[in-house]
Design a protein around this ligand. Structure first.
Ligand code: DC
Length: 225
């Protein structure tokens, strides 16, 4: 069987890693995994069931183990319901960050994520793709940006969708989420060893993309054909 190649893109919310990872996957004709969407779907399920509480961890882990989740044609489906928009709210993001801090939840989702890698390759976007889920990935990217810049990007994105948002509150929430994602006991957000680290605060998405593709082709020259 052909070796499945993996490129990981990790970093905090709003660093631009999702856009970057998708573009790299499309360029190479590889699969794309948005692992944050998995945690967001679980956050949504937990929120809908009203069980976001530490003493109900068993139920949350059961949900994680039996998630009727699929990605189809760019859409995120929970059974047959298209939840692509519902999981993008700040509430779903915050619920995701909370369930993602539960070690058994992360363990329950590991096989699902690793099984998503199919030949010829996968580009995986998240927080622990290069450190925990795909430690043998051939190319690892760690993309950051200042909290202010990330909040501003999110603000413009939400405003563009016609949603009422408050920049100061967004900045505060992004800081809180960073804190939780970086300081949790399992798989905290951290740069994998050997990762190409890029700060996108002053870079356009095109500039980030060029630097990443340069690294990809230098590491995997056979992809140039
Ligand atoms: O990338 P995102 O904003 O869609 O992720 C939502 C939340 O899910 C984020 O606060 C942390 C969590 N997450 C995680 O813990 N591990 C991942 N691989 C991806 C996301």
């Amino acid at each position: 069987m052909d070796k499945i190649r993996v490129i990981t893109v990790d970093g905090p919310s709003g660093s631009g890693k999702g856009t970057l990872a998708l573009r790299v996957a499309e360029t190479l004709g590889w699969r794309f995994l948005d692992s944050g969407a998995i945690y967001r779907v679980l956050g949504l399920m937990v929120e809908r069931a009203g069980i976001i509480s530490v003493d109900r961890i068993g139920e949350i882990v059961d949900m994680a183990s039996n998630m009727p989740l699929s990605f189809r044609q760019g859409k995120t489906l929970l059974e047959e319901e298209d939840v692509s928009d519902a999981i993008r709210t700040e509430t779903a993001g915050n619920a995701a960050s909370k369930v993602a801090a539960i070690p058994d939840v992360r363990r329950a989702l590991l096989d699902w994520q690793q099984g998503y890698a199919k030949s010829p390759g996968l580009v995986a976007d998240g927080r622990d793709m290069g450190t925990v889920v795909f430690p043998a990935a051939e190319v690892k990217i760690f993309l950051t940006a200042s909290a202010e810049e990330r909040a501003l990007r999110r603000y413009k994105q939400l405003k563009g969708k016609g949603l009422g948002v408050n920049l100061a509150r967004l900045t505060k929430e992004i800081r809180e989420r960073d804190e939780r994602d970086s300081n949790r006991s399992v798989a905290p957000l951290q740069a994998p060893q050997s990762a190409l680290q890029l700060d996108s605060t002053m870079l356009t998405i095109d500039e980030v993309f060029q630097r990443v593709m340069q690294k990809v082709y230098l590491t995997l020259p056979d992809l140039l054909g």
